[in-house]
Design a protein around this ligand. Sequence first.
Ligand code: TXA
Ligand code: MG
Length: 347
Amino acid sequence: ETEIVKVDKLNPDRNIIERAGRIIRKGGLVAFPTETVYGLGGNGLDDSAADKIFAAKGRPQDNPLILHISSMEELFPLIEFVPPNAEKLMKKFWPGPLTLIFKRSKKISDKITGGLSTVAIRMPNHPVASMLIKESAVPIAAPSANTSGRPSPTEAKHVIEDLSGKIDMIIDGGSTEIGVESTVLDISGEIPTILRPGGITWEDLMTIFPRVDYDQSIIRDNENIVPKSPGQKYKHYAPKAEMIVFTGRTEDIVSKINEYKNMYIDQGKNVGIMATSETEEKYSGKVITVGSRNKKSTIAKNLFKALRDFDNIKVDIILAEGVDTEGIGRAIMNRMKKACGGRIERV
Ligand code: TXA
Ligand code: MG
């Protein structure tokens, strides 16, 4: 049975977190909030805990896990060395939604890294996550706390939907702030390379480097490019319904969505529309407003929840407005592209 406990996000009850830490240290699983999405945490130094994580999520074994730490001292035993570019990144963006890829130390097992010689490490910026890592006194391996292939959880309710009965504890710390996962950054070469766009944007990174690249699989539409981050190759974040994402000028998106809506309704389909606050009035029917085009962070925050909400109101097809790829827009469009299986229409 899964114990569900509520905590105050800013001032979590230490007794509860202590208990959760003990569960993790002893090899159990605890879902907890971070600033990005909820994580499914287990002892990162215990292979059997990693096995349980993969089993609970139904996750492919070759998709490596991120280790979560709460202070710099915890980093060094986990890695071979600190590469030249890492220092400034950690100084500026840790704690925060940035995952860095290091050469792994001998302490790290193949279970965590999917057999890779590298290990992904992140220091989350969330009082509950930090306290939990400290109390467990081990690095916490934590993928997003969803069933593999489902949208990542941004509320405890989503974790309950997917993992209730399969893990020991769920810590409910309310909804997460950023809503999309951390940026995964490869720092092994001279030019930092984004393997997964996320909470720290390309523009953020460009404030400290002259050049930052994207892994080719992120910016190209060619499905044959194998991503460097194993997780990026899977269809992900998918709602149960079919989905089409529309990009272009806002007015054109709106008229295209209405045109498609009528067509699908004529075919007897149940249509959902993912709108923005600037356009919601232009639609009727099953409309979910995901956020504001003028403040894309609101779209990032609500995107996964909106996908789950469409599942709950049982639509057959979701017609969704895309956004531009500036700033957090890149991460939003990356998740939308996976959710729709690549069905993006430029209008
Ligand atoms: O925001 C986040 O990062 C959340 C919260 C819970 O911290 N975690 C998360 O974990 O999104 P997960 O497992 O859902 O995604 C981890 C991503 C995957 O795409 C995985 O392939 C990649 O990080 N990754 C892990 N280790 C890697 C490595 N050594 N090299 C390249 N990519 C790696
Ligand atoms: Mg995930």
